[in-house]
Design a protein around this ligand. Structure first.
Ligand code: NAP
Length: 501
């Protein structure tokens, strides 16, 4: 266990290229494994936010940035990717202390963030503009331009990865970006700012402003100079933000919550399914928007499959995030653990049977951390609160199903539509089910796999818009149609009127 790391960001904000002590309310970053304080910092105030926006506006319009060709902008993205790669261990240490995630997971998230910057550098320098099919006397083109200033608002569960998913395409598209990280995990984004700064991005184009969602988040949504908000977070916050955005007719992308179904058919490879289900719900301690939190097991195998699942769950290694063999680390915060525990208590009151977990682990090693045991609940109905509400913790509900029609109906009977796992050896069946389920992503015989080249996003209460993929760049651009005359002739409508004047 490494307790010697002393490279935590000092807590100053990154305001338009300057390191500054914020003038807003205090924010405390706590190490969830033992409650020790990583850093107390002053967050951004409204005035800090307004200054960052004004300076971003100037920097974005400067020909030094606006005049760059796509391949020239791409160089900055590659430099940021190199900087992240060179600092993976450092980022991983910071993020683990900021969030309680295992070092193994945070190193993987940092590596994926580097990949995201590299990918969008490559996309912007290879994405063609369109010469559209000519139907009249003009040459017609469709081209894309930066929007201006983009605000990225991110949650605490995977900071460096979700930050990169927004910052990389937004910068690649030629915008300025203001990033507001979640108050429970402010430090990882400040480390990203250090790397962006070292990559030499012109001053003013990037700010990282930790601060309260109500104050700085609201300012970013309402301000007339913010052209787009890219938001990842809870559905309630996302819905409120979309209402505000509607007032100024601003486009928003919303990556929100989930209550994703995982389906195990009788013909599945059961060991493969077991391992995938455990990973799908209990990795990241269940604090994952795409967590497979509603499990449907076909009736014929329910009585044999569920006890094996419970046994395997009890074997998961709950432990310190620095330990290499830890599978389930602490939750982000004591308040969040209380919230998760309250969901379980309510479910049991509503009639659910607790098959395992349902409380914090015992022992000295866990006493000060916000740990919670992997938990499975049975004897629930798909309409119960515990099957409808996102818990965002290591809590799985299991239910039997009869056949394809039954599981499609039950899976779709939910407000969310983010992800779905299907375990079967029968591909045509997986195809039928996958196409019938309302969900942004389907995983067949796998779960929680991601690729930056494959679009990601939700349906219904899980959000609006898609991130990643080549088209992910276009979300941060304004499309413009350009017509240029090829005839050199006067328009016939007024030619006679003009002739002889
Ligand atoms: P949250 O409470 O909605 O907060 C998300 C971000 O919004 C934070 O930076 C927060 O700042 C800010 N915020 C809060 N109120 C705001 C307001 N009025 N205006 C503007 N910004 C505001 O979500 P969370 O608890 O951090 O994250 C967990 C949620 O994120 C879960 O529901 C999870 O499913 C979802 N999530 C979705 C995805 C996806 O891709 N679909 C990925 C990861 C997480 P403060 O921290 O200062 O309050």
């Amino acid at each position: 266990m490494d307790t010697t790391f002393d490279g935590m960001p000092d807590g100053r904000l990154y305001l338009a290229g300057d390191w500054r002590v914020g003038t807003g309310a205090e924010i405390t970053s706590v190490f969830p494994a033992d409650g020790s304080v990583n850093r107390v910092l002053k967050g951004a105030s409204r005035a800090d936010g307004e200054e960052a926006i004004a300076r971003a506006k100037t920097a974005q319009a400067d020909p030094v940035w606006l005049g760059l060709k796509p391949h020239e902008r791409a160089r900055y993205l590659y430099a940021i990717a190199d900087g992240i790669e060179a600092n993976i261990n450092r980022i991983s240490q910071i993020q683990t202390r900021d969030t309680g995630k295992t070092l193994r997971e945070t190193a993987a998230l940092a590596a994926s963030a580097a990949g995201t910057f590299r990918y969008f550098g490559a996309v912007v320098e290879t994405m063609d503009e369109d010469l559209t099919v000519q139907r009249g006397t003009a040459l017609t083109m469709s081209v894309h331009e930066p929007l201006g200033i983009v605000a990225a608002i991110t949650p605490w569960n995977s900071p460096i990865a979700s930050d990169a998913q927004k910052v990389a395409p937004a910068l690649a598209a030629g915008n300025a970006v203001i990033l507001k990280p979640a108050s429970w995990s402010p430090l990882t984004a400040l480390e990203l700012a250090r790397i962006v700064d070292e990559a030499g991005l012109p001053k003013g184009l990037f700010s990282v402003l930790p601060g309260s969602g109500r104050e700085i988040g609201n300012l970013l949504v309402e301000h007339p100079d913010i052209a787009r908000v890219s938001f990842t977070g809870g559905t309630t916050t996302g819905r409120a933000l979309a209402r505000q955005a509607a007032d100024k007719l601003m486009p928003v992308s919303l990556e929100l919550g989930g209550k994703s179904p995982t389906i195990v058919f009788e013909d599945a490879d059961q060991d493969q399914a077991l391992a995938g289900i455990l990973f799908g719900i209990f990795s990241s301690s269940g604090q994952s928007c795409i967590a497979g939190s509603r499990l449907f097991v076909q009736k014929g195998i329910y009585d044999s499959f569920v006890p094996r699942l419970v046994e395997a769950t009890k074997r998961l290694k709950v432990g310190h995030p620095f330990d290499a063999d830890t599978q389930v680390a602490p939750l982000i915060h004591m308040d969040h653990r209380e919230d998760v525990a309250a969901h379980v208590t309510c479910a049991v009151k509503d009639g659910a049977t607790l098959l395992c977990g349902g409380h914090a682990p015992e022992g000295e090693a866990f006493a000060k951390g916000s740990y919670y045991l992997p938990t499975i609940l049975a004897d629930v109905k798909n309409t119960d609160r515990i099957c409808r509400e996102e818990v965002f913790g290591p809590v799985l509900v299991v239910m039997p199903f009869e056949d394809e029609a039954d599981v499609i109906a039950q899976s779709n009977d939910n407000d969310y539509g983010l992800a779905c796992g299907i375990w079967t050896r029968d591909f045509p069946k997986a195809w039928r089910i996958g196409r019938a389920i309302r969900s942004g992503t389907i995983w067949h015989n796998t779960y929680k796999q991601f690729s930056i080249s494959t679009p990601f996003g939700g349906e219904a209460d899980s959000g609006v818009g898609r991130e990643k993929g080549r088209q992910g760049l276009r979300a941060y651009m304004a499309q413009k149609s350009f017509y240029t005359d090829l005839t050199g002739q006067m328009h016939p409508w007024a030619a006679a009127t003009v002739e002889g004047l």
